[in-house]
Ligand binder design. Structure first.
Ligand code: ZN
Length: 363
């Protein structure tokens, strides 16, 4: 299912809105409309003005998040990293990059670029506000148009500070790792930075027990982010230089599209694999897995052919491709195995288990 819609391009990067973003935008607008000053507009009597201001505040906020992401992307692009897209989610923005540079100096600059944009926007808006309120500070915040300037400025400063927390998946975690990586190996730097992030999350969670649910939620989000960063870096570093041909299974037993699902089940019992390429006259037609079989009720397995249940749009790789690229393709497409071809002939099959087992062995 496609869960994001593209709204345009900036610097050649597709900008997408995730479905969760479309849900959260009215929620933010609602909060702004019921909150009192200075964090909302509930004192604005005319409903249409109140809602227009609240919605403008919510949209401005997300534009600022987008500008923050563009800050990261701009530096990444300048160093030759390809940006696939920027997606706005429930909790902010994410830039998907092809390969995050593992040069600490570049990562350092890249991680700082986003918070710098937030700081810049925040400072400019607060200065504008201060400038207009020089004469009568107490009454300026009562002007809703001035208040929106102050509010967006204030939130940008919070965004700046929050993102610099020294914990993955925040930018501060990357800054910390980049700094550490100048002093130790990349993987050790990642482990240390992730460890600090987890500790931070635990303290924040304990603090949240007294201070409120929001802190516990954020702590949870930081903990998961830190663990994932650690795991994915470990896998990428360990698999560096490993080719698919080094880890794939070569004894592939193909099945034919005309076989019944019942025959396929027997086949699976005999060969103990969970997925098989479907081949007709040495042409690869698709792939069939145990998950496909499970969708067919037992009593119908005799009458259903493999061609009816197999996955037809095949994702294949070549044996000289990197093992990491196989794992990435599996994650992006949510599949468990990829067929490896050489001059259109199947030479092997690589599964997620094959890759993870090699990671364990190589460590
Ligand atoms: Zn950022």
């Amino acid at each position: 299912m496609n869960t994001s819609i593209q709204i345009g391009r900036i610097m050649g990067i597709p900008i997408k809105l995730h479905i969760t973003f479309l849900l959260i935008l009215p929620v933010f607008a609602y909060f702004f409309s019921v909150n009192p000053a200075p964090f909302g507009f509930n004192d604005v009597t005319l409903p249409i003005t109140r809602y227009a201001l609240s919605l403008s505040a919510a949209i401005s906020l997300f534009i600022c998040v987008l500008l923050h992401e563009l800050g990261h992307s701009y530096v990444a692009k300048r160093h030759g990293t390809k940006i696939q897209n920027i997606t706005l989610f429930l909790f902010g923005g994410v830039s998907s990059m092809e390969e995050i540079p593992r040069d600490p100096k570049i990562e350092f600059k890249m991680a700082l670029a986003g918070p710098s944009v937030s700081l810049l926007i925040g400072s400019i808006l607060i200065i504008i506000y201060e400038f207009f309120s020089l004469d009568n500070i107490s009454t300026t915040i009562n002007n809703p148009y001035m208040r929106i300037t102050w509010l967006i400025g204030y939130i940008n400063i919070i965004l700046f500070a929050f993102n610099l927390l020294p914990a993955f998946p925040m930018d501060g975690g990357r800054v910390l790792r980049a700094w550490l990586a100048g002093r130790m190996s990349y993987i050790k730097a990642t482990r240390t930075a992730a460890g600090i992030g987890k500790m931070f999350a635990i303290f924040m969670g304990i603090f949240g027990l007294f201070a409120g649910l929001w802190f516990i939620l954020i702590a949870f989000f930081i903990y998961i982010g830190a663990s994932e960063e650690e795991k994915s870096t470990e896998i990428t570093v360990v698999l560096e230089g490993v080719k698919i041909k080094d880890i794939m299974s070569r004894n592939v037993t193909p099945v034919t599209p005309g076989m019944s699902v019942e025959e396929l089940v027997d086949f699976m019992f005999r060969y103990k694999h969970m997925g098989y390429p479907v081949v007709n006259d040495s042409d690869v037609k698709g792939i069939v897995t145990f998950t496909d079989v499970q969708k067919v009720p037992k009593e119908e397995r005799k009458n259903v052919r493999i061609s009816e249940i197999m996955t037809k749009d095949l994702i294949t790789l070549r044996e000289d491709d990197d093992a990491v690229s196989a794992l990435k393709l599996m994650t992006v497409n949510n599949i468990g195995r990829i067929i490896i071809t050489k001059e259109k002939q199947i030479v092997g099959i690589v599964s997620r288990t094959d890759i993870l087992r090699s990671v364990q062995l190589l460590e």
